[in-house]
Design a protein around this ligand. Structure first.
Ligand SMILES: C[S@@+](CC[C@H](N)C(=O)[O-])C[C@H]1O[C@@H](n2cnc3c(N)ncnc32)[C@H](O)[C@@H]1O
Length: 247
């Protein structure tokens, strides 16, 4: 569905039908996906410029324009990236398009099993956990229910991160309110993962142990917008930011 929102070509009729149903109540659906993806690109750019050259991208999604390794390596050639997703379709496409044995790879794993992810990544020896790393949870923690405890997943990664490491979170919110939130939640009940939209305060709490980079945790279009960004038209469907591990 997300690939369809982003204008990709790797989606099925069932994805398009579900998206069209959401669109009736959420006409800004495609825009929200673009806003999320644009935030991810800005965050990776900022981190690469600040010296980060190792990235773990959890809930990668299908390859799209401006994948993490492309952005990072354009600024820091040789940057290492591990992509993590549990969807076999994503894995097939990612293996075909993203893998470059020296710097970039993809593993199949479930975000709800951080120890498995960390174990698989350590075995690859691509990421040096003694050096700063950026861990990205972009549009993925809202597929983790309260019972599955998203905060504890982030904490597990935090414990493995060296000083100077960063956390990037983009998460769906209920800020849009009303019927649109119900429509979105209902549509994902029938998808591969149900969606759990959360309040901004709750999302910000996932940064515990991290110091937020300016401007803090905000609705994503307001996170260091590109010059000329049209914030009058921006939506409040995604919230998040970038945090630096407290020392
Ligand atoms: C909305 S896409 C986000 C893609 C990308 N991170 C972005 O922000 O543009 C969500 C991705 O998370 C993956 N996903 C959902 N639940 C997951 C889980 N429990 N473990 C790993 N990946 C998951 C889906 O397969 C999908 O590729």
């Amino acid at each position: 569905m997300y690939d369809y929102y982003l204008g990709g070509k790797d989606h099925f009729q069932v994805d398009r039908d579900a998206a069209e149903k959401i669109l009736r109540d959420v006409p800004e659906l495609f825009q929200t996906a673009q806003e999320n993806r644009a935030f991810l690109r800005r965050a990776v750019r900022v981190l690469a410029r600040s010296g980060i050259d190792q990235f773990i991208d959890i809930g990668t999604g299908l390859p799209t324009e401006g994948n993490v390794h492309e952005i990072a390596q354009a600024i820091r050639p040789g940057s290492r990236v591990v992509y993590v997703d549990n969807d076999p379709v994503v894995l097939t496409h990612a293996r075909a398009l993203l893998v470059d044995e020296r710097s970039t790879t993809v593993i199949q794993a479930d975000a709800r099993e951080p120890d498995d992810i960390l174990g698989q990544i350590r075995a690859l020896r691509l990421i040096d956990f003694d050096r700063p790393v950026a861990v990205l949870f972009c549009a993925i923690l809202h597929f983790v229910s309260d019972d599955e405890d998203p905060a504890s997943i982030v904490r597990r990664f935090r414990a493995a991160m060296a000083p100077g490491s960063h956390l990037v979170i983009a998460h769906g919110t209920r800020s849009a309110g009303g019927r649109a939130v119900g429509t979105m939640t209902d549509a994902y009940r029938k998808a591969t993962a149900s969606v759990h939209l959360r309040d901004p305060e709750r999302i910000e709490s996932f940064f515990e142990g991290f110091e937020l980079l300016p401007p803090g945790a905000v609705h994503l279009p307001w996170w260091r917008p590109d010059p000329g960004a049209d914030l009058e038209r921006a939506t409040r469907w995604h919230f998040g930011g970038v945090g630096r591990l407290k020392e």
